[in-house]
Design a protein around this ligand. Structure first.
Ligand code: COA
Ligand code: ZN
Length: 333
């Protein structure tokens, strides 16, 4: 480059910080067979509030009969420390849930319905038309007292109905926009999405509704979670739902499993030079406490391997290079 040529301006999209929304307390705990004690939930949320996450989905105001693991929603909301600058969200399946959430001063009500009729019925016991009617009623009930996000489950495929056409997703996003909703998450409830599909669908919605904040919500059921997150990033998504330790899954979707893992996602973005504002070490410490909280191992990878910056003492290189027979002598048993 000569002294007269100006450097290229930095790509504006690379300057936008990424926003990580933690959903472990809701998507993660909702399908755990044990009831995580309220004290432990509050402790974990308070610790998560000190990691730099921009949003925490705290709980769900679903019917306690449908989701017994989150039957303590009011108490959890009441007891957590609310750090300024963090949004505390909760899932809301119907008007009754919205009233409960508003009574707890939830910052964002996360409305949910599916892009496929069979999953909507299994999860919410409503037709899609009934869910849309609930959305309209909830928007009226909220009347600007809180933010509203619409999460569209099975947007990339349904475990009952199979393929979900893009036109179906676009039509539903249009209905949300018509209701005045300006935040929308496209959710891959059972890990059926692939990166090409993610590029196509997120590319289409961002181009059509640039004023809407879109969030990518992926499950890693078929090991495509991080690949899908990268595909979403490539077409301009900067908001990502993710779950500590990779816990998660809808109890009313057969074959569902964990969300994209928060610390693995943060690790990848930071390694790529895309800041998230999240303190990875703190997140890792919390992820390592999860097996004790839920009573089983969790899928997260970086919590086991350590970050890519981890270095082993060089003396271990010599040991690793030794023939297997020698290693057996170094490490008997
Ligand atoms: N919070 C608490 N109680 C609720 C409620 C809510 N949001 N919505 C309904 N109820 C109660 C009703 O008061 C009624 O109680 P009663 O039997 O003591 O009279 C009972 O639940 C049944 O109400 P009904 O309207 O017939 O609901 P339903 O049984 O058809 O269930 C939902 C509908 C939406 C409430 C239920 O399917 C649900 O909570 N689903 C959420 C699923 C979820 O969170 N999935 C994971 C996230 S993707
Ligand atoms: Zn989910």
């Amino acid at each position: 480059m000569s002294a007269l040529t100006k450097p290229d301006p930095p790509d504006a999209s690379l300057l936008r910080p990424l926003r990580i929304h933690e959903v472990c307390m809701r998507d993660g705990f909702q399908s755990e067979p044990i009831f995580v004690l309220t004290d432990r939930k509050v402790e974990l949320i308070n610790a998560l509030s000190r990691t730099g996450l921009s949003k925490i989905e705290v709980t769900s105001f679903s019917s306690p009969r449908a989701i017994p693991a989150l039957a303590d929603a009011e108490e959890v909301m009441r007891r957590i420390d609310r750090v300024p600058g963090i949004e505390y969200a909760a899932l809301v399946p119907n008007v009754r849930g919205a009233q409960r959430a508003l009574a707890c001063q939830v910052d964002e009500l996360n409305l949910v319905m599916s892009a496929s009729p069979s999953h909507n019925l299994a999860n919410l016991r409503m037709t899609m038309q009934q869910s849309l009617a609930q959305f309209a009623d909830i928007v009226g009930t909220v009347a600007g007292q809180a933010q509203i996000n619409a999460s569209l489950s099975t947007a990339f495929g349904c475990p009952f109905d199979g393929e979900v056409p893009d036109s179906q997703v676009l039509g539903l996003v249009q209905r949300f926009v018509d209701l005045g909703i300006s935040r929308v998450a496209l959710c891959d409830t059972t890990g059926m999405a692939n990166p090409a599909q993610v590029r196509r669908l997120f590319g289409a919605v961002i181009a059509r509704w640039p004023q809407v904040t879109f969030t990518a919500h992926f499950h890693d059921t078929r090991a495509m979670g991080l690949a899908n997150a990268l595909a979403a990033l490539d077409v301009g998504v900067i908001h990502f739902d993710a779950s500590l330790g990779g816990l998660g899954g809808c109890p009313f979707a057969p074959g569902a499993s964990g969300n994209v893992c928060t610390e693995d996602l943060v690790h990848m973005f930071e390694a790529m030079g895309r800041p998230t504002g999240v303190d990875l070490e703190r997140l890792l410490t919390l992820a390592r406490s999860l097996p004790d909280i839920v009573g089983h191992a969790v899928p997260g990878q970086v919590m086991k391997a350590g970050p890519a910056t981890r270095r082993y003492p060089r003396s271990e290189a010599a040991t690793a290079a030794a023939p297997a027979s020698d290693r057996a002598q170094h490490h008997p048993g």
